[in-house]
Write a protein that binds this ligand. Structure first.
Ligand code: X2X
Length: 334
C-alpha cells in the first residue's frame, strides 16, 4: 500500500500557475502578488519582467506573478509578505502606512503639482527617506524605483463632486490607511475603508456610493459599470512600492539578486510611461462608456484641507525634518 501511494504521488502532475515553465527545475521560486486587474500596465510589465528574470537567470529563478488579489486582498498580502510566505508585493505607500506610518508622506493632498515633481521626489531624497523607514522598521524592503498608480479622481453613483461641500456626508470607499481616513474626514465625507478586492461589489451593492482612483484603474477594473460620475480632482498622487521580504531576498546569491533588482526597476520605469499615457488618454473612452465627467478647482479643495488643519496636523505627525524634504520638491505647502 505504501509503495502504491508513493508511486501515485510521483506520477501526479504538479499544479503550476501559468507561465511558470521553469518552476520544476528552478532553484528559487519567487512569488509576487498584486491587487490590480491583468489588463492594467502593472501586470503587463510584471509579466514581461518575470519572463526576463527567468530567462536571464537561465532557469534558476521561477518568478511567478499573481495578479488581481488571487492570493488575498492587500491586507492579506501585506501579512504574507511580512512573514515571507509571499516574496514580493506592490503596495500603495498609504496602505503601507498601517505598518510604516512615515511612508504616507508621499500622499499628502495636492502636494505634487506634476509628474516632474513626483519623480524628482520619489527617485530623490523623499523616496530614499521612506525606503529607509521601511527597511529599518519592518521585515520588508522596497526597490528603488516606485511604480505608478497616478493622480486620483473621484467617481460616484449619485452626483458629481464640483466643490468640497459636495463631499459632505458622502459614503465614499477609501483604501485601508490612516492617512486616507484623515483626508476624507477633513472633507467631512463619510469614508469607509475597504480593500480594493471588494470595491467593485461594494459599489454595485451600494454599500458605498463613491470611490476614488486614477482613471487607469477605473477603466481596467470597469468601475464605470457601477459608477456614473467622474470628477477630476487630482486630489493626490499615488504609487506602488515594489517591496520584498528581506530574508527571502537575501537567500538569493548576489548575481540573482542583481538580475531581479535590475529588472524590477527597469519594468517600473516602463510601467510609469504606460500608466501616464493611459491616464492621459482615458477621459474620452470613459465618456464614450457613459460616464459624466467634470473638472474642479483644486484651490477650493486645498483651502478646505487647510481650514481643517489637515496640513498642520500631518506636518506635526511626519515631523519637521521629513516635511522639509517633501517641501524641497513641492514648494511650501499650506
Ligand atoms: O486600493 C486602491 O484604491 C488602489 C488600487 O488604488 C490601491 O492599491 C491604493
Amino acid at each position: 500500500r505504501r509503495n502504491l501511494l508513493a508511486g501515485a504521488s510521483a506520477l501526479a502532475l504538479p499544479a503550476l500557475p501559468m507561465g511558470s515553465a521553469f518552476a520544476q527545475k528552478a532553484e528559487f521560486t519567487l512569488k509576487y502578488g498584486n491587487n490590480l486587474p491583468v489588463a492594467h500596465p502593472m501586470n503587463m510589465r510584471a509579466a514581461e519582467m518575470a519572463a526576463k528574470i527567468n530567462a536571464e537567470s537561465k532557469g534558476r529563478i521561477a518568478f511567478e506573478v499573481y495578479p488581481n488579489n488571487q492570493l488575498g486582498n492587500d491586507t492579506d498580502m501585506l501579512s504574507q509578505t511580512r512573514s515571507g510566505a509571499l516574496d514580493f508585493f506592490t503596495l500603495s505607500p498609504l496602505i503601507l502606512g498601517t505598518l510604516v506610518p512615515a511612508a504616507q508622506i508621499s500622499g499628502v493632498g495636492f502636494a505634487f503639482k506634476d509628474y516632474s515633481q513626483v519623480w524628482a521626489a520619489m527617485d530623490g531624497d523623499l523616496g530614499a527617506h521612506v525606503r529607509k523607514q521601511i527597511e529599518g522598521s519592518s521585515s520588508l524592503f522596497a526597490f528603488e524605483k516606485i511604480w505608478d498608480n497616478g493622480y486620483r479622481q473621484i467617481t460616484t453613483g449619485t452626483k458629481p463632486v464640483n466643490q468640497p461641500e459636495d463631499l459632505k456626508g458622502m459614503k465614499i470607499r477609501i483604501p485601508p490607511s490612516p492617512f486616507w481616513v484623515s483626508m476624507f474626514k477633513a472633507f467631512e465625507a463619510a469614508p469607509a475603508t475597504i480593500n480594493f478586492a471588494e470595491v467593485y461589489s461594494s459599489l454595485q451593492t451600494k454599500v458605498v456610493d463613491a470611490q476614488e482612483n486614477p482613471l487607469a484603474i477605473i477603466a481596467t477594473a470597469k468601475l464605470n459599470e457601477v459608477q456614473k460620475y467622474c470628477s477630476i480632482t487630482n486630489h493626490m498622487w499615488d504609487g506602488f512600492w515594489f517591496m520584498g521580504n528581506k530574508k527571502s531576498f537575501e537567500r538569493l546569491p548576489a548575481d540573482l539578486q542583481a538580475i531581479v533588482t535590475r529588472n524590477v526597476n527597469a519594468a517600473g520605469l516602463k510601467q510609469r510611461d504606460d500608466v501616464r499615457q493611459l491616464n492621459d488618454n482615458l477621459l474620452a473612452e470613459l465618456k464614450g462608456k457613459g460616464m459624466v465627467i467634470n473638472t474642479t478647482n483644486a484651490d477650493l479643495f486645498r483651502a478646505k484641507l487647510r481650514t481643517a488643519n489637515f496640513y498642520a496636523d500631518w506636518h506635526k505627525k511626519f515631523g519637521a525634518e521629513a516635511w522639509a524634504v517633501l517641501e524641497k520638491y513641492t514648494g511650501k505647502l499650506a
